[in-house]
Design a protein around this ligand. Structure first.
Ligand SMILES: [Zn+2]
Ligand SMILES: [Zn+2]
Length: 825
């Protein structure tokens, strides 16, 4: 009889195994289990995971004996119903497991597991709250960077350490994280403020008189007062001033220290968020919309009354951000939450800093470069209602929103909204639209060059369309000029990678004190090296790609697997010594232009120069401050950067973008070139853009020159309809991988055979070798599924799920890795 009354819970666990897992609830805990709370459970023979309860019931699992829960982590649901519904939707739509979505959705700090690492919270102070055992454990943690689950278990001398870990996390004494790189290190600034005795006008006046004989100390005080004037508002002085200000102004450190010693100033430490505003005072900036912006703003509002999604197509420099800000303010005034999705926050710091100034404490930022602990903080702040407005990257669609009213997806055409690896391979724009539907929120998609998919939705009346075709202020769009490099080579008008025209232009621009940007979408020095005797090219040992030469490190590197070797002195085939670097990467462009313009101050922006968290921001600030004349960069410079002094953009290698073997190549080339070109010219100055190409007659350049997005769109739509590509069909890619090429081919052939027999040859293409057949020693074969409209996607996906499960039991699938990519890029 007792068995019948036993309670069970179904939970999601962060593992790539389909379905939910059922556990037994200890009798005493029954009142505390509910949907959405986290629980800790044993899994397999020795593992421990945190899962989320999705159902409470009394049905024991049919196929296995349910194990008991080990610990309940939450009093109230941590994951709300919207989130659970979204996790389900993503797993069904993108053909992955709920566990994989759960893994992507929750920061590691919320998922204690047997793989977790534990550190002492560096900002923890309330030791008196701890029990004796807890305090001892924290003392133990003090002496090390972090400890593992097993070490915690051994130290605490208990079988199940979760009870203690939970309690310590609850008291903010410790931080749980996944990998050592996620270890939390708060950013601390040292600030200076006047001691209480010197905050009144009278005391300051006296002090100023006293310091007259000590000019250096007086300078310190005057500098402070310049930034923090004497005021009745006490908070002004208590916020103090960043000590760095004094270093910048070349103030004597010893005089400052004397004032501290004499009790005039005190120095204190403050933990700051990485995105704290650079300016000292928080000044909400008022602004007026231009007539065109106002019209677009009204258009968006009207669009929202008719459709769920509005596409705002506004040329570069038209001031879409101001319209976003107005919409965000309205939504917040209505008491709604707002999500602002960006493709990559590190690359858009200018916008984030601006939003932070306007929205202050209401704004939370969710970012891939944040440590786990910071992400947990953001999560909690949203759940508690502290943040009403989130700016974030793709994973921020999974945060605990309660009442979203508006989602803005900026640069909606960006490929990086789609996660490539690992599963869930979701497209954040598409997921955000589903999320908005759940909340009955509105979606604004913004771009100068919308994805053709979104534009198609607007053209067919699914989305409302609002256009903003003039730049803000008097600025005109840049003038674009093509340089025929084929001709230039023949006419001996090339100088290394540069045409004479490009060089002259750069020289003139530099002499005029204006800034330039050179775009080359390849990092490193040269994409490959070649033997001049036998044509041998150095290849990666694990992938079928050439190795890129990096001059600074004198290394050859694989950009796919990270393999590196030092630059060889002899050919790998004939042993000859005539090895030559071939082609151009950003490093080589930088080197050549420095030779031509020795006096120019040049910065390079690519993955290699921006690995540290602040490097990108520093380069941007230098450019803004006019400390650089020229930037050489990859597509990192294409997004959302505005420099008032930047008047010229040079584009190299446009041909590579256009000729890339992909049905989206022209769309992407148009987007990227237009976005990069759009960096030129602001305020009253028209910018200029030179594009080097050996096929200037290509139709796409005509469209780029005219800014004729519409014509390219129409032309491409005809092709896509004719050849069955999105938006006319849905694509699902199956990628079969194996360490041996023949076994990959065999498995893929078998799978394609099954799919063709079930769904028809017209819908199933391949298997085919991908562009790069082997990466990290795994050979790949791809099968492409094309689904025309009218087919029920969910039915098809259910059926496909079964096919894939069946295939995985075949002999030919032994050792095979299978990747399913829905709406693949
Ligand atoms: Zn490689
Ligand atoms: Zn050779």
């Amino acid at each position: 009889m007792t068995d019948l009354q036993t309670h069970f819970v179904d939970i999601i666990l962060p593992v790539p195994i389909p379905g939910y897992f059922t556990y037994r609830v200890p009798k005493d805990w029954e009142p505390y289990v509910q949907k959405g709370i986290r629980v800790v459970v044993p899994f397999g023979s020795s593992k421990v995971y945190t899962g989320v309860v999705v159902a409470v019931h009394q049905t024991p699992p049919a196929k296995y004996q349910a194990k008991y829960l080990m610990e309940i982590l939450d009093e109230y649901p941590l994951v709300n119903d919207f989130q659970l519904a979204l996790i389900n939707w993503v797993s069904a739509y993108y053909l992955c497991t709920p566990g994989e979505v759960f893994q992507a959705a929750l920061p590691a700090g919320l998922k204690i597991s047997s793989q977790s690492k534990i550190q002492l919270n560096p900002t923890f102070e309330e030791w008196e709250q701890l029990s004796e055992k807890e305090a001892a454990f924290c003392e133990f943690l003090k002496s090390r960077e972090a400890c593992t689950y097993d070490e915690a278990k051994a130290f605490l001398e208990v079988k199940n350490p979760y009870h203690h870990i939970k309690s310590l996390v609850g008291k903010s004494a410790i931080i749980v994280f996944d990998e050592l790189k996620d270890r939390y290190a708060p950013k601390v600034v040292r600030r200076l403020r006047l001691q209480a005795a010197y905050t009144s006008k009278e005391s300051i006046t006296t002090l100023l008189q006293q310091l007259e004989a000590k000019p250096k100390q007086l300078a310190v005080l005057l500098t402070y007062l310049r930034w923090v004037p004497v005021s009745n508002d006490e908070s002004l002085n208590s916020r103090g001033l960043d000590k760095k200000v004094f270093t910048k102004e070349a103030i004597s450190e010893s005089s400052l220290q004397s004032l501290v010693k004499n009790g005039v100033f005190e120095i204190f430490e403050q933990i700051v968020s990485r995105f704290a505003s650079d300016n000292e005072a928080f000044i909400p900036r008022e602004f007026d919309l231009s007539a065109a912006q106002e019209k677009a703003f009204q258009g968006v509002l009207k669009g929202f009354t008719e459709k769920e999604v509005v596409l705002l197509k506004g040329v570069t420099g038209s001031g879409k951000t101001e319209i976003y800000i107005r919409l965000i303010q309205e939504a917040l005034n209505n008491g709604d939450q707002v999500l602002y999705l960006l493709p990559e926050i590190a690359l858009t710091t200018q916008i984030v800093i601006r939003l932070k100034k306007i929205f202050g404490e209401q704004l939370g930022i969710y970012h891939s470069k944040f440590s786990d602990n910071e992400r947990v903080e953001v999560w909690k702040s949203i759940a508690e209602g502290k943040y009403q407005f989130i700016v974030g990257v793709r994973s921020s669609v999974f945060l605990p929103y309660k009442n979203l009213g508006l989602i803005i997806i900026d640069e909606e055409h960006e490929q990086s909204f789609k996660q490539v690896d690992p599963a869930p391979r979701y497209h954040a724009r598409d997921v955000a639209i589903v999320l908005a539907k759940m909340h009955q929120a509105k979606v604004l998609l913004g771009s100068a060059t919308p994805s053709f998919e979104s534009y198609y939705q607007a053209k067919t009346d699914k989305y409302a369309l609002v256009e903003l075709n003039e730049r803000f202020g008097e600025t005109q769009l840049p003038e674009i000029h093509l340089i025929d490099t084929k001709y230039a080579v023949k006419a001996k008008q090339m100088n290394g990678g540069f045409s004479n025209e490009m060089l002259e232009k750069l020289q003139v621009n530099l002499s005029a004190g204006k800034q330039s940007l050179l775009f080359q979408n390849r990092r490193g020095y040269s994409p490959y090296i070649q033997c001049q005797l036998c044509d041998w090219i150095s290849q990666c040992t694990q992938c079928d790609v050439s190795l890129t030469y990096h001059a600074k490190e004198r290394e050859l590197r694989c950009h796919y697997c990270g393999y590196k070797e030092s630059m060889p002195t002899r050919c790998g085939a004939c042993g000859g010594t005539q090895l030559q670097t071939m082609g151009y990467g950003t490093e080589k462009i930088e080197e050549e232009i420095q030779l031509h313009l020795p006096e120019a101050r040049i910065g390079r922006v690519d993955l290699d120069t921006t690995r540290s968290k602040t490097a990108f921001q520093q380069l941007i600030q230098q450019m803004q401050a006019g400390q650089l004349d020229l930037i050489v960069g990859t597509q990192m410079v294409a997004k959302g950067l505005d420099f008032d002094g930047l008047s010229f953009v040079g584009i190299f290698d446009a041909d590579k973008l256009i000729n890339f073997p992909d049905f989206r190549a022209h769309e992407r080339a148009y987007q990227l070139i237009t976005q990069v070109a759009g960096r030129a010219g602001r305020r009253d100055q028209q910018g200029e853009v030179y594009i080097q190409t050996n096929q200037p007659q290509h139709a796409i350049f005509q469209y780029i020159l005219e800014g004729n997005y519409e014509a390219l769109y129409e032309e491409e739509m005809v092709e896509r309809e004719g050849y069955h590509y999105p938006p006319f069909v849905r694509l699902i890619k199956l990628i079969v991988k194996h360490a041996e090429d023949q076994l990959a081919a065999r498995a893929a052939t078998d799978l394609a055979h099954l799919l063709k027999s079930k769904y028809g040859h017209g819908r199933i293409l391949g298997p085919e070798k991908p562009l790069i057949e082997r990466i990290r020693n795994l050979y790949a074969q791809e099968i492409l599924i094309k689904l025309e409209k009218g087919i029920s996607l969910s039915k098809f996906k259910n059926s496909l799920r079964q096919d894939v499960e069946e295939a995985q039991s075949w002999k030919s699938f032994k050792g095979v890795q299978l990747v399913i990519d829905v709406d693949c890029n």
